[in-house]
Design a protein around this ligand. Structure first.
Ligand code: FAD
Length: 400
């Protein structure tokens, strides 16, 4: 059992937690990161499955995600664009695949006008409330790039700098704290492998998991209520790897959309400099519930049949097939991220980042810019580290 004394304990070694820890170290504070899993990266996870490198979690970066782009630069990580030459496929209400080019779905002109009107309306509303959120645009992925070697490296490379200050396989169970005699706080964080005494705690986990930790004293009423109004969505990210990107020979980009299809979106997700071809698709919400009712073989058949509906029967027989099932991951419980129920943001938003004594909150889920994305996780990590460093500095000057 480790017994450690630090300025700050960070709970969670996802991109937000490791960014916060690295920034705190740069500010001259001592820090330990306690991570439940046996790896860093959280909802970013680059792994090799049956010989194929797959981005099991978050992977795309778009040009407006400047905090992430800046960090990729600093970590000397390159990006490459998604393959998007050729025509895309759209399946409308009649179920027939239609080839098209450009950003507008090949729908009835009246529907196209209505879609444009709704997108403009939503963009206008977003601009009005001051939340610049271009990543929410349905076409944002058209511009997306991937990280050579995988997005998890954003956490892995930062973690390397933290060295022994990260303790894996250590789900935090209890956070105890009390005011100290000098106006600061004494914190004791307990997990299975360590007890850490500190002055501050950063909870760098998605809000749906706060209640997995016992806080002593208990969190205030406002937090107890607020945290019950945030939940993770459900998306199955499906990966299918083929000996060649066969769709390209047919003049197709691999980009496919179908609102009524089981797999509602498909993209060419071929790895950098890989002769094989990889498709990624997404099955969401009630469609995901429905396929999880099936056995694994039937589910695979149904999903591949849906992809073949866009790209032809060659899609039915991938060399490698994998479903990212984040709903089964104890330390995440869904995908992509946490959001408030209807009215929740309006009701609780102003308090979601308010510290409770020495406890601060940092993850992509309550981020403004970069909301629910790796970019937001990094921004939150930096913002939270700066807030803690500021208070810690005041504490030092005051002789705490
Ligand atoms: C399938 C999928 C696809 C996505 N696609 C994209 C994309 O293309 N682009 C993009 O930018 N974003 C994407 N995202 C979102 C992105 O991955 C997340 O926003 C980002 O990883 C959040 O980082 P975080 O550090 O805030 O939280 P997390 O990454 O969730 O990290 C939290 C960490 O805390 C740990 N933890 C939890 N509870 C405890 C505990 N009690 N004690 C100790 N440790 C604990 C967890 O194990 C985890 O490592 C995707 C996510 C998913 C799931």
């Amino acid at each position: 059992m480790l017994n450690l004394n630090r300025d700050v304990v960070v709970v969670g070694a996802g991109p937000s937690g490791v960014t916060a820890a690295r920034e705190l170290k740069k500010a001259g504070l001592t820090v330990t990161v306690l991570e439940a899993r046996n790896r860093v990266g959280g909802r970013t996870w680059t792994d090799t499955v049956d010989g194929a490198m797959l981005e099991i979690g978050g992977q795309w970066v778009s040009p407006d995600q400047t905090a992430l782009l800046e960090l990729l630069d600093e970590l000397k990580l390159d990006t490459y664009p998604r393959y998007r030459e050729g025509e895309s496929i759209y399946i409308g209400a009649d179920g027939a695949p239609v080839r098209y080019t450009g950003d507008t779905f090949p729908v009835d002109p009246d529907i196209a006008v209505e879609m444009d009107r709704l997108v403009a309306l939503l963009d206008g509303l977003a601009a009005e409330v001051g939340a610049s959120a271009p990543w929410a645009h349905p076409k944002a992925r058209e511009l997306d790039r991937r990280v050579v070697g995988g997005m998890q490296q954003v956490s892995l490379l930062q973690a390397r700098e933290l060295g022994g200050d990260i303790v894996l396989n250590s789900p935090v169970r209890t956070v105890n704290w009390e005011p100290d005699a000098d106006g600061g706080h004494c914190v004791t964080v307990e997990c299975d492998r360590a007890t850490v005494n500190a002055r501050f705690v950063i909870m760098a986990v998605p809000p749906n998991l706060y209640s997995r930790v016992s806080f002593n004293p208990p969190l205030p009423r406002r937090q107890h209520q607020m945290h019950q109004h945030q939940s993770l969505g459900l998306v199955i990210k499906v990966h299918a790897v083929y000996s060649t990107p066969f769709w390209r020979n047919a003049g197709l980009s691999g980009t496919c959309f179908g609102a009524d299809a089981l797999v509602q979106e498909v993209y060419d997700n071929t790895n950098h400099a890989d002769p094989r071809g990889t498709l990624v698709g997404f099955v969401s919400d009630e469609k995901a519930d429905a396929v999880f009712e099936l056995g694994a073989d039937d589910r695979k058949r149904a999903i591949l049949k849906s992809i073949a509906g866009y790209l032809g029967d060659e899609a039915l027989a991938p060399e490698v097939y994998y479903e990212s099932d984040w709903g089964s991951e104890e330390w995440t419980r869904g995908a992509y991220a946490a959001s408030y129920d209807l009215g929740g943001l309006h009701r609780y938003g102003k308090d979601q980042l308010a510290p409770v004594g020495p406890i601060y909150w940092s993850s992509s889920d309550p981020a403004a810019e970069g909301y629910q994305h790796v970019d937001g996780a990094i921004r939150m990590g930096r913002i939270t580290a700066a807030r803690v460093a500021e208070v810690a500095k005041v504490a030092v000057l005051a002789g705490w």
